[in-house]
Design a protein around this ligand. Sequence first.
Ligand SMILES: Nc1ncnc2c1ncn2[C@@H]1O[C@H](COP(=O)(O)OP(=O)(O)OP(=O)(O)O)[C@@H](O)[C@H]1O
Ligand SMILES: [Mg+2]
Length: 304
Amino acid sequence: MILFENVTKTYPRTTRPALDDVSLEIPRGEFAFVVGTSGSGKSTMMQLVMKEQDVTRGRILVAGRELDRLPERKVPALRREIGCVFQDFRLLPNKTVFQNVAYALQVLGSSRARIRQTVPETLELVGLAGMEKRMPHQLSGGEQQRVAIARAFVNRPPILLADEPTGNLDPDTSLGIVQLLDRINRTGTTVVMATHDTVTVNAMRKRVIRLDRGVLVSDMEAGDYTTGSIPRIRLDEETGSPRRADEPEVADGYDDADPTAYDEADEDDEDDPDALPPIGRDADAPRPKGGIFRRRKAVQTTDR
Ligand SMILES: Nc1ncnc2c1ncn2[C@@H]1O[C@H](COP(=O)(O)OP(=O)(O)OP(=O)(O)O)[C@@H](O)[C@H]1O
Ligand SMILES: [Mg+2]
């Protein structure tokens, strides 16, 4: 579980906080996207969870540890609980695929027997069985990212953080990577993914946490990039401050009095040959709809 309580992070020699009074809870086993424009604080949030940065104000709990009270000598134990994946893969260029993944276990002092068993299992999980002897430069970007994910997951951490893992990949490859993260999430690992990738976010129907210049402006269950189904908090467009979900809506072009217009749009959506198929879901689950529909049909919760 990851808990932020009124977290503010201001970097030295800057005036505006990179994160500004952010409170949120990501329960164990959840898959959450963190979205927002460049500079909105996504990477800062990840770095705080890893304790690569310290909060300026507020409190962070990660896997039962209160990070500002965590002594330096206990930071390695924290980081063993968190796998990390980055936009630029960060593989060791002179090591094979197998060695890259094995390295993560070697530094933890795992036995050779465990490495020989776990590394191939993990490579199979990420779809790279048979590629153990390849060097990173002999792999596509998507395959390199799969190696990086295998390395992050090989010791089965309870939390996986992915900071724009699809930033260097084409849309199809990106979807494959996010589906892989979804598979990892189904093993029980909490996954938090920072991204700009609207197509993927919209297709996955997962929780979407949105930052804007360091402020948490919306938090939606099964949301999409632009709107969502179950608002936890909303930004009041006039004042710029978070608004309770049960306060009146900001006008968004949706006409509550005339739902038929949207029902027609709903059918268009079904017929759209370019529409993405449902992914990461049970085959018999209903097809995801546009955010407007989902929001209208959803039960609103109060903010948390
Ligand atoms: N080490 C640092 N020192 C000073 N300022 C920093 C540092 N790291 C980030 N910032 C600032 O904090 C703010 C948030 O940056 P952050 O990297 O968290 O954003 P981001 O949402 O990850 O952006 P991007 O999408 O470009 O990766 C930015 O204004 C940035 O300039
Ligand atoms: Mg970033």
